[in-house]
Design a protein around this ligand. Structure first.
Ligand code: ADP
Ligand code: MG
Length: 562
């Protein structure tokens, strides 16, 4: 596309001042991940089927993005690195309906300003072009290259010590790149992406659709256990009718995370961090999620271009949507419908471990000491009489709470004991979570995990936490590492230890459905009553509902005679 077909003008042109003024202003390149984002967007706009990203160190050393898109003719390449030059819009009015990822014509110039840039490109003609800008000096030469574009950025922020200073550790900065690449790869699953850090491949997607991308990034246990959502509707967006399409994949609610960061939303192919839309996805899961837990999901929304203004945020991380509430409602409906029809059986074998955890704790008063078990309803709920109240105890939640508090007391200040896994098992993590494992190796060791890199984002787990003979499985690493990633290590290992113990407490607990005799049920209720926080399981779900006698009296219209 070197020349405009009708006018024979060069494809990349300088924008008018009036247009430039209407572009959301702000510093474009604030950290290495921003360089990657802009270069990846350019590759996608060029129609690439493959995008390969590699990063050295924290990204200031070197970032390289190569694509197999349509490339540039020489004069376009030379012009593209100048400020406010673009092939994507012509005039200010085009901004409103831009369907490309880029439209501001400032990314390459801003990158060249912040570091040294080398761009090698070919539009398929016999001789390609190399444009280099080093310390502001631009050179243009011949270069051999198949159709496509490679941009290498080195010495980023070399002359901006303050910027450099503001960067986090290499692991953290790479973590941001990794999160970003995950977001693009899930928003554009028909494109194959790969990511390398210091020469080691940490992630790749095959470009064969969303399910494959989700499995590639989140592993088979999480990504494979998912269901498709496809929902089409006509909606009224601020008094204008629009067709809206929602499609994506929803991981089963047996996999959850502590934050909403794993709800990936894209609008018209652009990944966006939009809290309202993420909330809508979580609302669609409704009560399938335990309280305080968030789903893993990808939702791609397609709207007419007029309904979306991408020009509201300097880093294009947000878009303005006309009739945003109606769009959020449609997303919630689509997610909810998809999950209603999906097979949500929870997987996982459960060991029984009653005796050790139901032995009495010396010298503690039980909140439910006066409770008498009346029976067990549907092998799920223990029904008790306690003074004036009728108590209904969720046996599974109760057992989790009891196990959790015992583990916590037993381990109060020590490192979590660990047991060797023989044979060792491998666990594949999504790239940002893998980055968190790299960053928090020592924390993981105090939590009882021994973990070695095993290529890509796969790790060999050679030892697992094993407090009180309760041995975690290798997959527990996923949960702990995800919590590490989401908290960025804030709250230290204490918070992580609590989360880990909560998960361990959960695994070997009674699952709803295991038959309990009345005596065992009685011991369970008594032990629950001895807990510091008897009214919620370690993940925050309630353990006990109580029905007052007066409620029953009201229900049976026994007024006055209680
Ligand atoms: P914008 O993307 O907003 O147009 P950029 O500074 O990012 O601005 O890029 C300027 C121009 O350079 C683009 O409009 C496009 O024509 C061209 N360009 C940049 N990167 C690529 C690429 N990877 N492949 C083909 N063309 C590219
Ligand atoms: Mg761009």
């Amino acid at each position: 596309m070197s020349r405009d077909a009708e006018t024979d003008a060069p494809a990349v042109r300088e924008l008018s001042e009036a247009t430039v003024e209407r572009i959301a202003a702000g510093e474009v390149i604030t950290r290495p991940a921003r360089v990657v984002a802009e270069l990846v967007e350019n590759a996608l706009d060029a129609g690439a089927d493959r995008v390969d990203v590699s990063v050295d160190g924290d990204g200031t050393e070197r970032v390289r993005v190569a694509d197999d898109g349509r490339g540039m003719a020489r004069e376009d390449a030379a012009r593209a690195v100048e400020p406010h030059t673009t092939s994507k819009i012509r005039a200010a009015d085009d901004l409103r309906e831009a369907t490309t990822m880029g439209f501001r014509g400032e990314a390459l110039a801003a990158i060249a300003d912040a570091g040294d840039i080398e761009l090698v490109t070919s539009d398929g003609s016999p001789v390609g072009t190399r444009v280099t800008i080093t310390d502001g000096d631009k050179r243009i030469e011949d270069a051999g290259r198949a159709r496509g574009t490679t941009v290498v950025v080195t010495d980023l922020f070399g002359d901006r010590p303050a910027r450099r200073e503001s960067l986090a550790s290499p692991a953290r900065e790479f973590g941001r790149v990794s999160e970003l690449l995950t977001a693009y790869a899930l928003a554009r699953p028909e494109v194959a992406f790969s990511l390398e850090h210091d020469g080691r491949e940490t992630a790749s997607t095959p470009g064969t659709g969303l399910r494959d991308a989700l499995v590639a990034l989140y592993g088979r246990e999480t990504g494979g256990e998912s269901t498709a959502v496809t929902h089409r509707s006509g909606v009224d967006l601020a008094d204008r009718a629009a067709n809206l399409a929602v499609e994506g994949r929803l991981c089963y609610p047996s996999t959850t995370r502590s934050t909403r960061d794993h709800v990936h939303v894209a609008v018209n192919g652009r990944p966006v961090r939009d809290d309202a839309l993420r909330r809508a996805v979580a609302r669609g899961y409704g009560s399938l999620l335990p309280s305080g837990r968030e789903p893993v999901a990808v939702v791609r929304i397609d709207l007419p271009a007029w309904a979306v203004d991408p020009n509201v945020h300097p880093a294009k991380a947000r878009v303005a949507i006309r009739g945003a509430d109606a769009v959020a409602d449609a997303v919630e409906t689509g997610v909810c419908e998809a999950l209603t029809t999906a097979d949500l059986r929870r997987s996982g074998e459960v060991a029984m471990d009653l005796d050790s955890s139901l032995a009495p704790v010396e010298g503690t008063d039980s909140e439910f000491a006066d409770a008498t078990v009346l029976g067990v309803f549907r092998d799920l709920y223990v029904v008790c009489e306690a003074g004036d109240d009728l108590l209904v105890v969720d046996q599974h939640a109760a057992h989790e709470r009891v196990n959790f508090e015992r583990l916590r007391t037993a381990l109060s200040d020590e490192a979590v004991p660990s047991a060797a896994l023989d044979p060792a098992e491998t666990v594949t993590l999504d790239p940002p979570t893998a980055a968190a494992v790299e960053e928090h190796r020592e924390d993981l060791a105090t939590l009882g995990f021994s973990v070695d890199p095993f290529g890509g984002t796969t790790y060999r787990v050679t030892a697992v936490p094993a407090p009180l003979g309760r041995v975690a499985d290798a997959a527990a690493l996923c949960g702990v590492a995800a919590d590490l990633r989401d908290s960025g290590g804030r709250g230290g290992t204490d918070a992580l230890r609590e989360a880990l113990l909560a998960d361990l407490a959960c695994h070997p607990s009674l699952k709803a459905g295991d038959a309990l005799d009345r005596e065992t049920a009685g011991r369970l209720v008594e032990r629950l009553g001895e807990c510091d926080q008897p009214y919620a399981c370690p993940h925050g779900r309630p353990t006990v509902l109580s029905v007052e006698a007066s409620t029953l009296a009201d229900g049976f219209e026994r007024h006055g005679s209680r």
